[in-house]
Design a protein around this ligand. Structure first.
Ligand code: 5GP
Ligand code: MN
Length: 349
């Protein structure tokens, strides 16, 4: 496998770590808002790996907001500090950091207000990510590989290049991110190196079958019923555009007693319909007056371009997201406009 770290990046890594000066200093690892398997997986693996290499360092993981219950079993996830709702306790920890390492996002605004805290502090920063077009000058060391499946894949390769010794827990975290960002290796996963890396993780002792069950076989009765309801009542198929749209409101959230993360993955299901090219899932945010937009596609349809152009977001070719600051009707109107604009691509055989 060709190395992904350049000599310059490797030198910069060693310059930024350890922090020296008689003490190892404080490191804060962050991830994007709405942490997913790749965000939690990369942050926890990195924290564990750094703790082993820099035992004197004070290392914290800070997430901008809560993450879904089905990620809570990930080794080290129990130690993640949540910024939203605990600002007064967590802000001083971020402000005291000697180094901030950002995982799984290329823009500070994806951390919302936590991003402002990081931006306002003159602390050196490292970014480890796989999203297209990272924000210019986001970090002193930018390790960005949009061609790789996940931040966990990027991090695993960095770790292997710096020290091939990886623990079973770290391997478990890393496999989780690689698996969740590829829909259990059903998209963005045709590169042979991915399977070489999985082989290495298996040698570290991971139970990949159990990881799969921990992530995907965790429905509560309510979640299963909600899925049935959304597919039966809320799924709108726009046949000519090979597009499907599902909406989920806070009233429905209350009706089904849905918990944070309960709709995760539902956006992928309509792509199982023969001929479907694009699936759109619109979900009312629980804390802000906005609609979260999730886009998924097959083959060459560029979800990231649609997300950037219409929903102030981004992501990857087959999986992207963004927001609409308005009502569900506003969001639906925008989706119609976006689908209209992309109709030639959606209609093409
Ligand atoms: P999801 O639909 O699961 O929220 O997000 C799918 C993908 O799009 C993820 O890889 C995520 O990182 C990316 N994404 C989601 N929301 C945004 C956003 O607001 N901005 C950008 N740049 N990427 C996003
Ligand atoms: Mn990711």
């Amino acid at each position: 496998m060709t190395p992904i770290l350049t000599e310059q990046q490797r030198a910069l890594w060693h310059q930024l770590l350890p922090l020296g000066g008689g003490r190892e200093g404080a490191i804060v690892i962050t991830c994007h808002r709405g942490p997913d398997g790749d965000a939690v997986g990369s942050a926890t693996a990195l924290a564990s790996w750094l703790r082993r290499h820099h035992p004197e360092a004070d290392i914290h993981i800070v997430a901008p907001n809560i993450f879904p219950d089905f990620l809570k079993w990930i080794p080290g996830a129990e130690d993640i500090l949540i910024y939203e709702g605990h600002e007064d306790e967590v802000r001083p920890i971020v402000e005291a950091a000697d180094l901030v390492i950002m995982c799984d996002h290329g823009e500070l605004k994806r951390m919302w207000t936590l991003g402002d805290i990081v931006r306002d502090h003159p602390t050196p920063r490292i970014m480890i990510d796989h999203h297209l077009d990272p924000e210019p000058d986001i970090a002193d060391l930018v390790i960005s590989h949009p061609e790789l499946s996940s931040t966990c894949e990027v991090l695993l390769r960095v770790m292997l290049e710096l020290d091939s010794n990886i623990t079973r827990s770290e391997a478990t975290s890393l496999y989780t991110g690689m698996m969740t960002d590829t829909g259990a290796f059903t998209y963005a996963s045709n590169r042979p190196e991915i399977f070489e890396l999985i082989s290495i993780l298996l040698s570290c002792g991971i139970d990949k079958d159990k990881i799969y069950r921990n992530i995907f076989f965790t429905y509560s009765p309510n979640r299963m019923k909600l899925m049935g309801y959304l597919l039966y009542v809320k799924l709108d198929v726009w046949k000519k555009a090979h597009t499907s749209v599902m909406t989920f409101t806070n009233a429905e959230r209350r009706r089904f007693g849905a918990l944070n993360g309960d709709t995760e993955g539902f956006v992928n299901m309509p792509l199982q319909i023969l001929g479907m090219k694009l699936s759109v899932f619109l979900r009312e945010d629980t804390e802000h007056p906005c609609i979260r937009v999730s886009l998924r596609s097959v083959d060459d349809f560029p979800c990231n371009e649609m997300a950037a152009e219409f929903f102030g977001g981004g992501g990857h070719k087959n999986a992207a997201g963004g927001e609409v600051w308005g009502t569900m009707d506003d969001a639906l109107a925008l989706v119609k406009k976006a689908v209209q604009k992309y109709m030639p691509l959606l209609k093409a055989e």
